[in-house]
Write a protein of this length. Structure first.
Length: 435
């Protein structure tokens, strides 16, 4: 499976590089650049982006750190800028318009790390929804086959940390986001999976075209020895673009009999993982064992428990309208639905039929009340609460045996929580109080 890849040029010793964004991937990129011998400046808008220890550690290895309000002067004279997901590329271009310096190359942390790999085979997955489940399934299948796997990228560990560490994996399994892919111009995984494309992150990307184009970068630089596995709705976004890789298409078929995952969408995720891993040499009996032992990931249609015959499901990872449609399709029992948060775009009105069919009651909480009320007016009983706990208490009073109380917000969590994980943990904590 291993083959030499065409990669962009590694940063050269003495080159001046800037890393935009001091999150985990930004810190990893800065450390990697310093290891390569470049002069590095790490910048972030947030004056409290780093702890005192991290600030000191980075300074001690020769990384200049600039925190607080950013202007174009902080980016002058750099020949390379590495972005992390918290720093939109569009914002960088706006800043660079104000500088007279040479226009630098702008790449993502994923692209930087890719250029520093040797010849490890790479299996990469992107898509609006299902990425994390699919890469986790793929890693489990490969490990059951007896391979040493690095699982990272947008899930947990940045690829740059792999380069900085022991880097002795047999195969790299990467979840990649549109933010990471937008800054890629040579990244070409041996096996690329593009699960689906539906409206998302339109508060970050200029429009749907920019978002879809970023996703296409997982395919754009592949060669005819590579493989691409595509979800059915990707076809409408391909346009005239014809990937060079060997293409195959996903179906929502049941490949394995024993499985703990809910919903038809997870059948597609399992199929995607299996198709990708079979190319990597995994035998079907090993894949079947991995699927049988695989438990649903936290905050993704996660069974929390029951109270008086009502099932509580935590789907806090549902941050898009398309993910909400998938969640509603996963249950035959009446649903009492919890929605609300920072709205990222998408057509809620398009869900009117499935909401009317599946949902008995809607409890809204936090931000975006007016968006949901306008889209679903007159469909089902709907009420708003200032926070998740108040909304859950209301549903707990009206619930009936065999109902499902489903947290599937269709929004990001940033109106009230640091991330969707905190929102899901709050749901589980409130459930324990109710129980």
């Amino acid at each position: 499976m291993k083959q030499l890849k065409n990669r962009g040029a590694k940063p050269a010793p003495g080159q001046f590089a800037i890393v935009a964004g001091a999150g985990r991937s930004g810190i990893a990129a800065a450390r990697l650049l310093r290891k390569l011998g470049t002069r590095v400046r790490l910048v972030d808008n947030n004056p409290d982006a780093l702890s005192a220890n991290d600030f000191s550690d980075l300074n001690n290895i020769g990384i200049e750190v600039v925190l607080g309000n950013q202007d174009s002067a902080n980016f002058e004279n750099a020949s390379l800028i590495v972005t992390s997901p918290g720093f939109p590329i569009r914002k960088l271009h706006e800043l660079l318009l104000d500088t007279s310096s040479i226009q630098p190359e702008i790449i993502s942390e994923t692209e930087l790390a890719w250029r520093c790999l040797d010849d490890e085979p790479v299996l990469a997955v992107t898509g609006t929804s299902g990425k994390t489940t699919t890469v986790s399934l793929a890693a489990a299948m490969l490990e059951t086959q007896g391979l040493n796997v690095f699982l990272g990228g947008n899930i947990g560990t940045p690829l740059s940390e792999y380069i900085l560490g022991n880097n002795n994996a047999d195969v790299l399994v990467l979840e990649v986001s549109s933010f990471q892919l937008q800054g890629c111009n040579s990244f070409s995984p041996d096996v690329a999976v593009l699960l689906n494309i539906t409206p998302n992150h339109l508060d970050y990307h200029k429009d749907m075209r920019e978002y879809a184009d970023a996703k296409m970068n997982i395919l754009r630089y592949q060669c005819d020895k590579d493989h691409a596995i595509l979800g059915s709705n990707v076809k409408e976004y391909l346009g005239e673009f014809k990937p060079a890789a060997n293409m195959s298409w996903l179906e929502e078929t049941c490949c394995f009999n024993r499985c703990k995952l809910l919903g038809k969408h997870n059948q597609a995720n399992i199929e995607a993982a299996w198709k990708a891993c079979s190319i990597m040499g995994v035998q079907k009996d090993n894949a079947a064992r991995a699927v049988a032992n695989f438990s649903p990931l936290p905050h993704r249609l996660e069974l929390v428990g029951e109270i008086d015959g009502t099932t509580f499901i935590n789907d806090s990872k549902c941050t898009t309208v398309s993910s909400l449609k998938v969640a509603l399709s996963s249950f035959e029992r009446p649903i009492r639905l919890l929605c609300g948060g920072k709205y990222k775009g998408g057509d809620l009105a398009a869900l009117r039929n499935i909401v009317k069919e599946k949902v008995r009651e809607v409890a809204l909480f936090g931000a975006s009340r007016e968006v949901f009320e306008k889209a679903w007016e007159g469909l089902v009983p709907m009420h708003w609460h200032s926070d998740l706990e108040s909304a859950m208490l209301a549903l707990n009073k009206t619930k009936k045996t065999r109902d499902v109380i489903l947290l599937s917000p269709a929004t990001s969590s940033f109106d009230q929580y640091a991330n969707y994980e905190k929102r899901g943990e709050d749901f589980k904590s409130i459930f324990l109080k109710l129980k």
